[in-house]
Write a protein of this length. Structure first.
Length: 132
């Protein structure tokens, strides 16, 4: 990402007692969430993150290539970045493993020579490349 784009990104802010609208996209806006399997992985990850990071899920929308969540933290030490990591990383790990097993040529045909990521199987870096 170019440095100017990084400067234009909104910072993760947390105001105690305020709800948070979270939106995140799939890698290169691929429609990974068209599959029920991926949506189930995502729903389970959100539920685990909700219990681990102490927030209420007020609303959610899964679109084919992105997700909207409306969450309300129940503790003052809430961290948006930790919550997003707790949601996105397990889904990315499962999705990359699934693609490697069931469609090994998909990565090269869709993402160039290196595929989704050139990292070793199951690594954190490979898992995070599912999301943008």
């Amino acid at each position: 990402m170019h440095w100017r784009q990084r400067l234009m990104r909104r910072p993760d802010l947390h105001e105690p007692g305020a709800a948070h609208g979270l939106t995140f996209c799939c890698h290169r806006r691929f429609a990974f969430l068209r599959a029920e399997r991926t949506c189930a992985w995502l729903a389970n990850a959100i539920d685990e993150a909700r219990r681990e990071h102490h927030f209420l899920l007020w609303a959610y929308v899964f679109m084919p290539e992105h997700v909207h969540l409306l969450v309300w933290p129940t503790r003052p030490d809430f961290s948006v970045s930790r919550v997003l990591k707790a949601i996105k990383q397990p889904v990315g790990t499962k999705a990359v493993a699934y693609l490697r097993q069931h469609a090994p040529d998909w990565r090269a045909s869709r993402c160039g020579k290196e595929g989704l990521h050139s990292a070793a199987s199951g690594s954190q870096a490979a898992a995070t490349t599912l999301w943008r």
